[in-house]
Write a protein that binds this ligand. Structure first.
Ligand code: PRX
Length: 645
């Protein structure tokens, strides 16, 4: 671990919203009297009816309930759009940069208002009512944002499904959310290649029928339209008005569901609500990115992930910012694309994932250095631990040693950033997410739940609630309690391991459960296993993560075949294709090892610890294998390991 320290640049300390002293004072206040602190912060959004209660939270086993600002009413779309019209109608809200560099456009707050209202009216005309769940499966085009804000405007609950997921994954999410409408596009466009979004929705709807599919025309590609179910967005939009009153929503009314992977079972529908979420994402966006009026802010995530929800759409727009939305990929048409876009749109803040940095690093400095990047003042990282080498490269090569890096730790469940540097206030250590954000009380606990003090390493829990916290697993509150509040009663368990150093800085060490993080995409090993065993030739499968230079973690699958079936290269390929079809390309196993048997205890439990070690090529440190039913399987696993270094 690097202990090199990067001081706050002098120019930053002068201009930033926060200094170190101010951070410490505000942080102490936020922990000492959260009600007072959050009562004040709640005012950063507009309320139709002001709240009188701030926090009403119980983490008690069997009675977990989280409410913020519960008697206030507001509307998220009003806050992200309407309230800016008086001062920012002509200011750019969204800069859209297409996959093809010749395509880009700017959408002002005035235009955003009209587009969102139209979309909302189209939803209404097609039967969507307050509380209904709407599935959104879209490419990175402005209409994805309009659709999200339109749902928020009329009180519908969106469930955005990442455009890389397969028809089966879409179908599962439609069913779980009992959603009757899907919004999609004819096709997506990424790196010059077409993505058959509408065709995927058609296949999903075979399994999980919906009443209506709204199709936005993106490429003009040929798609089938089913009579009585499918409508073209542009035809519907031509029939409706550009005004739509925002619905009055209670602070705790649901805003969206977003599915994410856990260590067991199917993905969980993480539910976020209205008031607290918006306060939290607006506040973190302002402070973490030190956002000032007029700046150009770019988060490279996809709206299909929580990063896109909170830091492309809701946080920036609540703050009246200019947010850049990029349809393409970092390597198209050239490997300089990110930096060309920075120069083209004079981007000030650039927020991306370590996996992107690591893959660009592989191509050397020249593709970066041939661009200017003079507008950049702040860099950000999210989604997985950033190794110090990648951090240093990002700082030196991309940021010309001039731009601080905010390494932001958070989760789909947390709604917004939780542990992070604050530029202007925080000295940086490459690889550390540094210190907690206001109101966040991290603790490290050992396996027995004992709270560890001072410099220590343990499991990361959060002791108090914060307004952006998820409220439940959609339709399964019991699972919510069990997943997050049962391991350590009265605390929120993150699933991450973490070290705290002598300066009180936090270093996330990665997941301690059966969740892996592949290129910043979260994946449950159980999901990949169940996809593998759904193949007729597979009898058993065990999936673990292993260190991967670019992806952070790769997917390593041990597969036992049905009696009589033979392993082959062709079958290996077939299994990869099978997983892609079942879940989507992001779940493709990197390595598959055919194994005659898996290491099991006498009670039949697979010893994953051993499988992890072998996948890491560290089989000399297997630990105790004496409890195995058949210790000999381990020798075969080692002899045929796929990750020989
Ligand atoms: O393991 C942590 C890792 O990503 C997990 C959350 O994944 P997801 O819900 O998909 O949200 C990703 C975007 C917020 C965490 O449990 N993670 C996220 N950010 C960091 C991180 N690990 C280390 N450092 C980070 N900055």
């Amino acid at each position: 671990m690097s202990e090199k320290i990067y001081e706050v640049p002098a120019a930053w300390a002068k201009k930033a919203h926060l200094t170190d002293a101010k951070y410490k004072k505000m942080y102490a206040a936020s922990i000492k009297d959260p009600d007072k602190f959050w009562a004040e912060q709640g005012k950063r959004i507009d309320w139709f009816k002001p709240y009188s209660k701030v926090r009403n939270v119980s983490y008690k086993p069997g009675k977990v309930s989280i409410k913020w600002y519960e008697d206030g009413t507001t509307n998220v779309s009003y806050n992200c759009v309407d309230r800016h019209l008086a001062t920012r109608a002509k200011q750019t809200a969204i800069i859209w940069e297409g996959d093809d560099p010749s395509e880009s456009k700017k959408i002002s707050y005035g235009q955003l208002y009209t587009e969102v209202c139209k979309f909302a009216n189209v939803l209404k005309a097609n039967g969507v009512k307050k509380g209904d769940r709407v599935t959104i499966y879209m490419p990175m085009i402005p209409e994805a944002t309009y659709a999200m804000l339109a749902c928020a405007r009329i009180g519908a609950v969106h469930s955005v499904v990442f455009g890389g997921f397969s028809p089966d994954s879409i179908a599962n999410r439609i069913e779980d959310a009992t959603s009757e409408m899907v919004i999609t596009a004819d096709e997506g466009l990424r790196g010059g290649r077409k993505v058959p979004l509408k065709a995927n929705v058609d296949a999903a709807a075979e399994k999980a029928p919906v009443k209506t599919v709204i199709v936005v025309k993106r490429t003009g590609g040929d798609v089938a339209m089913k009579d009585g179910r499918d409508v073209w967005y542009h035809e519907e939009a031509a029939k409706v008005s550009g005004h739509c009153p925002p619905a009055e929503m209670k602070a705790e009314d649901p805003l969206f569901i977003l599915y994410t992977s856990g260590s067991t079972g199917k993905p969980k529908g993480v539910l976020h609500t209205t008031g607290g979420y918006l306060v939290y994402v607006a506040m973190t966006h302002q402070y973490v990115f030190d956002y000032h009026d007029g700046e150009i802010y770019w988060c490279t995530a996809d709206v299909g992930w929580v990063t896109g929800h909170s830091y492309i759409v809701y946080g920036p727009l609540a703050n009246g910012a200019t947010t850049l939305m990029f349809e393409g990929i970092p390597t198209y048409p050239t490997i300089s694309r990110f930096w060309d876009v920075v120069d083209k749109h004079k981007v000030n803040t650039f927020y991306t994932a370590p996996t992107a940095i690591r893959s660009l690093m592989g191509a050397g400095e020249e593709p970066v250095k041939r661009t200017k990047r003079k507008s950049l003042r702040l860099l950000g990282s999210v989604g997985e631990p950033i190794n110090p080498e990648a951090w240093e490269w990002y700082h030196r090569v991309v940021g010309d040693d001039r731009c601080p890096i905010v390494d932001t730790w958070w989760q789909t469940e947390t709604g917004g950033i939780m542990i992070t540097p604050l530029p202007g206030a925080t000295r940086l250590k490459p690889g550390s997410a540094t210190r907690p954000f206001f109101g966040v009380k991290p603790e490290l606990v050992d396996a027995e739940g004992k709270v560890l003090e001072g410099a220590a390493e343990g499991n990361l829990v959060i002791a108090e609630s914060w307004p952006g916290q998820m409220r439940t697993v959609y339709g399964d509150h019991k699972r919510f309690e069990e997943t997050y509040f049962s391991a350590y009663p009265n605390k929120y368990f993150t699933g991450d391991g973490c070290r705290r150093d002598a300066d009180g800085y936090y270093w996330i060490t990665g997941r301690v459960d059966d969740v892996i993080n592949v290129s910043g995409h979260r994946m449950g090993t159980a999901e990949v296993e169940s996809a593998l065993v759904s193949h007729p030739m597979v009898s058993e499968a065990a999936v673990v993560g292993y260190p991967h230079d670019i992806k952070g973690q790769g997917i390593y699958a041990y597969v036992t075949l049905m009696t009589g079936e033979k392993s082959s290269e062709a079958l290996r390929k077939e299994l990869v294709a099978h997983v892609r079809k079942e879940i989507g390309p992001i779940a493709s196993p990197d390595l598959i090892q055919f194994a005659p048997g898996l290491p099991k205890t006498r009670s039949g439990k697979i010893m994953r610890r051993i499988l992890r070690k072998i996948a890491e090529d560290e089989f000399s440190a297997l630990g105790d294998t004496s409890t195995l039913a058949d210790p000999a399987v381990v020798d075969d696993l080692i002899a045929n390991r796929q990750n020989k270094r």
